[in-house]
Design a protein around this ligand. Structure first.
Ligand SMILES: [Zn+2]
Length: 114
């Protein structure tokens, strides 16, 4: 008897599209989403362990108390200390109105790795 474990594997990408005109912005967003869907399907469709693309979620990201861009590398990050973490973004911190990803945060704020 074969026993299996089933995993949900999630990746997140961040895209940036122009806000105007609205139709062009929607078109650009849809193009990214379709390309990602096609790429995943193309890469995994013949793998016996691949059970299908499950969900797609699009979330508008804006500068807020829980998200921002790293001052050094521009990576979008979410506040690791906030109760409203945006799942899918890397963790970071906001210090004096500047955001820092885990690789670029000031040394005294870095977590010790175990
Ligand atoms: Zn960074």
């Amino acid at each position: 008897m074969s026993v299996h474990k089933t995993f949900l594997v999630q990746y997140a990408i961040v895209i940036e599209v122009p806000t105007e005109p609205t139709e062009a912005a929607l078109e650009a967003e849809l193009r990214f989403r379709n390309q990602l869907n096609d790429a995943i399907t193309h890469v995994f469709r013949n793998q016996p362990n691949y059970l299908g693309l499950q969900t797609e979620r699009v979330t508008l990201i804006n500068e807020s108390s829980s998200t921002g861009q790293c001052a050094k590398c521009r990576l979008w990050i979410t506040n690791a200390e906030s109760p409203s973490i945006l799942d899918g973004l890397c963790r970071g911190v906001c210090i004096n109105d500047q955001w820092y990803c885990e690789d670029h945060q000031p040394r005294k704020n870095r977590r010790k790795r175990t």
